[in-house]
Design a protein around this ligand. Sequence first.
Ligand code: SF4
Ligand code: SF4
Length: 81
Amino acid sequence: MIRGTLVVDEAICKGCELCIAACPQESLGLSDRMNNLGYRVVHLVQDNCTGCINCALVCPEGAITVYRTKKTAKNKVGVES
Ligand code: SF4
Ligand code: SF4
């Protein structure tokens, strides 16, 4: 199973919402935080990103970096007792 997450460079996000419209998972939304340019910045609103990178491709500012991880039994974190 592929899981994704992302980092938004909040300093350069212009709050244009193109990434929000491009996300098939509805994972993104505008936060209440404003950056130094006066724009509300984008953040993940639910933990269901698949790492499809649509958001990063449409961002005119190049503000989004997507990371993909493969969840397997091998890389599950165990708890030692
Ligand atoms: S990588 Fe795909 S699923 Fe994840 S937030 Fe971006 S558009 Fe949505
Ligand atoms: S597309 Fe880029 S600039 Fe526009 S809201 Fe999303 S992260 Fe910000």
